[in-house]
Design a protein around this ligand. Structure first.
Ligand SMILES: Nc1ncnc2c1ncn2[C@@H]1O[C@H](COP(=O)(O)OP(=O)(O)OP(=O)(O)O)[C@@H](O)[C@H]1O
Ligand SMILES: [Mg+2]
Length: 250
């Protein structure tokens, strides 16, 4: 059984039909990367799966239960099980790293200060930034900020994590670092990961499976290798000849 089961999902903004009957299954334990042109609806799909965007039609099931049409209170409970690294994931500048990382823990759990301190320390170690609890977000580099945002997303120990452009705007070294972290967390925390990225090299390196959004649907899905060998014109065009060579070279 799929952990997430999306069926016939539709979403339009006025005349702009973004999702047009999209089907997608996410299985427990896998890393799935959603790729597709800018504006193809990748972020909207993730937001719909978290109840942050209301679909016009279709159903979403999470862990066997339908979540479409849930009340806000029910979504609140569902979201406790989902970690999210937003594309525009800003830290709270007025709070130090400690308070940023334990934000959701304070909101959702009744952990004591001692438990919070332990969890934050563990989580900062997971993202390879131990001991920076007292630092201010404004004193961190871009790469460090991303990793603190990642720590904030995983502090609650979610079952599934959505990453929307986890490495956007980072230099190549930090891109690699964030991707390694993502895989490390996948193993340490035993989570399921859904990633959205334009970085095909990263997508190929980290994913068990790719899913390409085109014209509001998943037009192709499969292991990264199958995308390289695909005869599907949409897949071929999206990857492009130049990138295909780069990816084949590893
Ligand atoms: N709140 C909104 N109101 C109106 N249109 C919206 C809204 N949110 C998204 N859209 C539109 O929906 C489409 C899909 O947006 P989305 O953010 O999901 O794209 P994306 O695939 O994530 O793109 P990118 O790769 O650039 O992040 C775009 O055309 C966007 O303009
Ligand atoms: Mg987006």
């Amino acid at each position: 059984m799929a952990l997430f089961e999306v069926r016939g999902l539709k979403k339009a903004f006025g005349r702009n039909v973004v999702l047009d009957g999209l089907d997608l299954d996410i299985y427990a334990g896998e890393v799935v990367t959603i790729i597709g042109e800018s504006g193809s609806g990748k972020s909207i799909l993730l937001k719909a799966m978290m109840g942050l965007v209301e679909p016009d039609a279709g159903t979403i099931r999470f862990d066997g239960a339908e979540v479409t049409g849930q009340t806000e209170q029910q979504w609140f409970e569902t979201r406790q099980r989902i970690g999210m690294l937003f594309q525009e994931s800003a830290l709270f500048d007025s709070l130090d790293v400690f308070e940023n990382v334990c934000y959701a823990l304070r909101e959702r759990t009744s952990m004591t200060e001692e438990e919070l301190a332990k969890r934050v320390a563990e989580t900062l170690s997971l993202v390879a930034l131990p001991g920076i609890e007292q630092m201010a977000p404004s004193d961190l580099s871009g790469g460090m900020r991303k990793r603190v945002a990642l720590a904030r997303a995983v502090a609650v120990r979610p079952e599934i994590i959505f990453y929307d452009e986890p490495a956007e705007g980072l230099d190549p070294i930090n891109v690699t670092r964030v991707n390694r972290l993502l895989l490390g967390l996948q193993q340490t925390l035993n989570v399921t990961s859904v990633v959205v990225t334009h970085n095909l090299k990263a997508a190929f390196a980290i994913s068990d499976r790719l899913a390409l959004i085109h014209d509001g649907r998943i037009s192709a899905t499969g292991a990264p290798e199958t995308f390289l060998e695909s005869d599907d014109p949409i897949v071929r065009e999206f990857i492009g000849d130049r990138m295909r060579k780069v990816l084949r070279a590893g």
